[in-house]
Design a binder for this molecule. Sequence first.
Ligand code: 3EB
Length: 326
Amino acid sequence: MLQLDYLAVEAAASRLESAPQIALGVLGFPELPAISTRTVPAAGVGMFVANSDVHLCELWTSSEPVVHGSRGRIRHSACGELLFGIVSSPESDGSIEARSRSLYEEIFALLQDDFHHHVLRFWNYISGINDDEAGTERYRLFNVGRHAAFEAAGRLRPETIPAASALGTQAGGDLTVCFLASREPGRQVENPRQVHAWQYPRQYGARSPTFSRALAYPFNDPSLLFVSGTASIVGHQTLHVGDVAGQVRETMANLDSIFVEASKLGAFHLANAELKAYVRDPAYAPAVEQGVRDIVGKDARVICLVSDICRADLLVEIEAFCPLVN
Ligand code: 3EB
């Protein structure tokens, strides 16, 4: 059983110290706890929690013992059906396009030789995501490299494209990719309000982003739902430019729509989801909290991290993880 917790950094450190054998991976926002997590895949992601001095950890654990390992630059952990991995590349490794391609190729090479062949979800943390590199936005170049790696690995078949998020960190930092892979394939969930991301028109870049709106796992009778970063996009267009409350409302309408589709496969409810929002400005966090409460109810919880979003006109993006509750 896969579990996700967002913990204050001290609580995460003591969980890791007392039970490293069940830790699949840990991400620190904006940095990791000081204790050694040498065996557990781990990365600090330079994003601060909005409206709070708390440093948060995203901790993925399993109820079964985990086996930790590494290959090349990848650190990974496996528990039966699932494999979690983290890999980073510093700015000094070359162009963002080349680094994105080589990180993805390294991941696909690992999975090719492993029985965890299918990817459920990627998280992409891209430094300077909206900055210009040699005349093109770095997110668009990242997409070219990612697409090339998917193509080279024979992984572009639409129904096999995993869920993902792509967010920005401060310029000059690492490109960090986290992923969750599995023995059995998942089942893709798309959003009827939105064009498939892999079919976005060329105005958003030479290669479309390679992600699906959500993935349910396993394919039959799924018990886990991974919802991609979701934003104020209808069709393929950004709506409510410059209006954070409008973007939050549209984002919630998209999440709701994805959950309507997912609920055809199992009892997945937005109210049971762990929500993680990325806001371009910490001042947007109250609007996100209000927008989430308006749809989910007054007890709704949402983690808000400050980061850049992949389209320059997007102010907010929200992702979700939803285990089935029995
Ligand atoms: C969007 O819907 C918003 O490039 O992996 C969301 C989730 C977005 C994942 C990605 C991009 C990605 O297009 C941006």
